[in-house]
Write a protein that binds this ligand. Structure first.
Ligand code: 5GP
Length: 347
């Protein structure tokens, strides 16, 4: 047994130190980033926020709404090929260029991914997603997908340490998804005791990825726009959001009326709810590692996304970054024991 003594940080452990800035307004801040990806050589330009590939977040409707802001959506993997075909026919090219096709690592997943990608050349992102990205099986699968789709942008995860980021990039991933246990409806840390505070995971994994010309997605744990900024400040190239984008009209969740108020169900992809829906219940050998919650229904996602992007723009003005690209360089985090003042309740 070994203990690492260095304290690892979550979003709640830091704040940005403001810096002198000559920016007069948030409107001067450019959130658009342009990337040319390492293996595929594909170029993408947009606002690098991604709706998570969860049932009640990463829907086709969400993709159409967020693409208007240049924001991406990782489409959850429970749509069938016929539903994809319908979407591809009706969506514009910008929307298609801003979606990720999610997949697991089974042979059936591979066949389905092939069929979906054949629907349009505009579909250029593949998101290979398993809960434990430390499995050698993921590395083999990334190699296989890279060999089959040399010109697609491959995302693989989830991991939280630099060694595994490097291995996945060397296997053919352009982007590595980072986060084990920080999610709003994740119970991995409770069920297994495994995890890594998300800000430190981002800082360490970004360093490893950038050294090889790869990119990372900070996935999970953002509870407010300030956390999204901290993820970018720590070096995340993209930030993935589940809970912050759940509970909206476009999320596709079930609306439940209770005491005259509307709620929407939101659940982890390894929760009992998800497994009941997609796999006929939780298999005997495993425990659910996600929970189910009822969120107040929030209407269209438009206001929420504007609020999030407005917050990130504002962070940039506080530290003097005229573009999101400069935020990490302009970031000094201070370690803190306090965040917001909750005397009148939470925002
Ligand atoms: P959030 O933005 O809600 O904090 O986190 C979203 C992320 O949580 C997802 O992108 C995914 O990585 C993770 N996640 C989603 N469902 C589950 C689950 O059931 N269990 C675990 N461990 N993580 C989940």
């Amino acid at each position: 047994m070994r203990i690492e003594q260095e304290l690892k940080l979550g979003f709640k452990d830091v704040l940005f130190r403001p810096k002198r800035s000559n920016l007069k307004s948030r409107s001067q801040v450019n959130l658009t980033r342009e990337f040319t990806f390492k293996h595929s050589g594909r170029q993408w330009s947009g606002v690098p926020v991604i709706a998570a590939n969860m049932d009640s977040v990463g829907s086709f409707a969400m993709a159409s709404a967020l693409a208007k802001h240049g924001v991406m959506t990782a489409i959850h993997k429970h749509y069938d090929v016929a539903q994809w075909r319908e979407f591809v026919v009706s969506a514009d090219s910008t929307t298609l260029k801003n979606v990720m096709v999610s997949t697991g690592t089974s042979d059936a997943d591979f066949e389905k991914t092939k069929q979906v990608l054949a629907l349009s050349d505009d579909l250029m992102f593949i998101c290979i997603d398993i809960a434990n990205g430390y499995s050698e099986h993921l590395v083999d699968y990334v190699e296989k997908v890279r060999a089959t789709f040399p010109d697609k942008v491959i995302t693989a995860g989830n991991v939280v340490t630099g060694d595994m980021v490097e291995e996945l990039i060397l296997a053919g991933a352009d982007i590595v998804k980072v986060g084990i246990g920080p999610g709003s409806v994740c119970t991995t840390r409770v069920k297994t005791g495994v995890g890594y505070p998300q800000l430190s995971a981002i800082i360490e994994c970004a360093d490893a990825a950038h050294g090889l010309g790869g990119r990372i997605i900070g996935d999970g744990g953002c509870t407010c726009a300030g956390d999204v900024s901290k993820a970018f400040g720590g070096g995340a190239d993209f930030v993935m959001l589940g809970g912050m984008l759940a509970g909206h009209e476009e999320s596709g969740g079930e609306i439940i009326e209770q005491d005259g108020k509307s709620f929407m169900k939101f659940y982890g992809m390894s929760s009992q709810s998800a497994m009941d829906k997609h796999s006929g219940g939780v298999a005997k050998y495993r425990a659910a590692e996600g929970k189910t919650v009822l969120l107040p229904y929030r209407g269209p996602v438009e206001n929420t996304i504007q609020d999030i992007l407005g917050g990130v723009r504002s962070t940039c003005t506080y530290v003097g970054a005229s573009a999101l690209r400069e935020l990490t360089k302009r970031t000094t985090f201070i370690r803190v024991r306090e965040q917001e003042n909750n005397v009148y309740g939470k925002e």
